[in-house]
Design a protein around this ligand. Structure first.
Ligand SMILES: [Cu+2]
Length: 153
């Protein structure tokens, strides 16, 4: 004999899990969506052990070298104005890296031979504000210092 309570809690569980599944699928789809008109595009290339930032709008690239002693970068950075919507096109030149801006929840793999796209909003903060960029995929000896900054311009 079928217990009505068992049927009820089984159906309730199925409905709950299906609801969470549909909601998550829609949310994931929207998280992956790219903006139609980002403020700027930046090509990000991971190298052992530095980040290269290319700005297609004026066809220039910068190698960003991190100095652990002073916690600063030279040669270039990821520059963006406050409030900008930045689309990054991320790849790697040698091994797999991962592009991460912890404070902004940005994290995307940099894979040789493949370009991953991601868009994020730059906070409306004062020019000069810096957000740490860190490689989050172990990529060799100097992985730990494969850093740079998002600099609000
Ligand atoms: Cu790396």
């Amino acid at each position: 004999m079928v217990n009505k309570v068992e049927v009820a809690w089984t159906l309730a569980t199925v409905v709950l899990i299906a609801g969470v599944g549909v909601y998550s699928t829609v949310l994931l789809y929207h998280l992956d969506a790219l903006p139609a008109n980002p403020t700027e595009y930046v090509d990000v290339i991971g190298h052992q052990w530095y980040w290269e930032f290319c700005y297609p709008v004026n066809n220039t690239c910068f190698n960003s070298s991190y100095d652990a002693a002073t916690n600063s970068v030279s040669g270039g950075a990821l520059w963006a104005p406050p409030g900008a919507v930045v689309q990054i096109n991320v790849t790697a030149a040698d091994v797999i890296h991962s592009f991460n801006i912890p404070q902004l929840g940005v994290r995307i793999d940099a894979i040789p031979g493949r370009t991953n796209h991601f868009a994020f909003g730059v906070p409306n903060t004062s020019p000069g504000t810096e957000y740490l960029i860190q490689c989050t995929e172990f990529c060799g000896t100097f992985h730990g210092t494969m850093r740079s900054f998002l600099v609000v311009t």
